[in-house]
Design a protein around this ligand. Structure first.
Ligand SMILES: [Zn+2]
Length: 299
């Protein structure tokens, strides 16, 4: 029996009674089933029986885990790589508009595309990444050496950052309080914390249910919505400043989610589902498939 990561109280509101929310298989690697539970008080959703941090390693062993690899096989992944170039510019423009300093810490820096893009635009970048494979790619491709999470946790890195960014990373983090404490210590008073997270209150999450690719169990432990992340951050001394939708995510989620279904899917229909989700998010950003949250320290 694998050791599980115990969750006895809600990280958002502290309540301890939960109800069943959804069963979600690990489509990508193990095909094991995981249970999502929901807090009865604040409606926060989380993976209730995720493996412990010690046991999670093998669940990341997939060529298809594109965040950490450079595979270009298949239509979805070719599109993903083109989309990445578009999104790098999008992220850069949003950060530039914050009009703050250029000292940036990227946590979960992966194979380093974002760091490299920001460095080319004059930012002083530091990365933290758990995957040695991703770190090696980053160093080989861009000559940037990222740090291990333990160096960050043991406070061996510099402080006084203007920006700390986590792009689709915080939903994977076990020791969330340690990380928030370090965000607070590592940001200067003018600094911004940027979290990009999937939103399980989006139309694509509702359409695809257990097939929704952004549940990504058991790698994603926390399934935030705008309400729950804002409450979570506020409790830890961070106030929400801005939200941006990530415009390509509903399309990417639709393509990956449909690929998990055991039947023929027609790409235009998949893209229509993505488009529907995108259009809903234009009317209400709280329904976006993924959201970039910009927080500021409460000083
Ligand atoms: Zn709660």
């Amino acid at each position: 029996m694998k050791e599980q990561y115990p969750i006895s109280f809600c990280p958002v509101c502290g309540h301890s009674s939960f109800k069943h929310y959804l069963d979600v298989p690990d489509w990508l690697v193990s095909k094991e089933r995981f249970e999502l539970k929901q807090c009865e008080q604040c409606h926060f959703v989380f993976t209730a029986n995720a493996p412990s941090e010690k046991e999670i390693g093998p669940y990341y062993n997939s060529e298809e885990y594109v965040e950490h690899s450079d595979t270009t096989n298949g239509l979805i992944y070719s599109i993903y790589h083109v989309a990445r170039r578009v999104m790098l510019n999008f992220k850069y423009r949003k950060i530039k508009r914050l009009n703050t300093g250029k000292k940036l810490l990227d946590i979960g820096s992966g194979s380093g595309y974002f760091m490299n893009h920001m460095k080319k635009n004059g930012y002083d970048v530091t990365g933290v990444e758990i995957s040695e494979k991703a770190n090696a790619l980053c160093e080989k491709n861009f000559g940037i050496k990222a740090h291990s999470p333990s160096e960050f946790i043991e406070e061996k890195l510099d402080k006084n950052y203007d920006i700390i960014s986590l792009w689709h990373v915080f939903e994977h983090v076990y020791s969330y309080d340690t990380y928030f404490d370090l965000f607070s210590k590592s940001l200067n008073d003018k600094g911004y914390l940027i979290l990009a997270l999937p939103n399980c209150d989006s139309p694509d999450a509702k359409i695809y249910k257990s097939y929704w690719s952004a549940y990504d169990t058991p790698r994603h432990i926390w399934h935030f919505t705008p309400k729950t992340i804002e409450k979570f951050a506020k409790k830890r001394g961070f106030n929400i400043i801005k939200k941006h939708r990530l415009p390509l995510d509903p399309f990417f989620n639709a393509m990956v989610s449909d690929s998990y279904r055991d039947r023929f899917t027609f790409l235009p229909i998949t893209l229509l589902k993505g488009l529907y989700s995108y259009l809903v998010s234009l009317l209400n950003i709280e329904k976006s498939s993924s959201i970039i949250y910009v927080f500021k320290k409460n000083i």
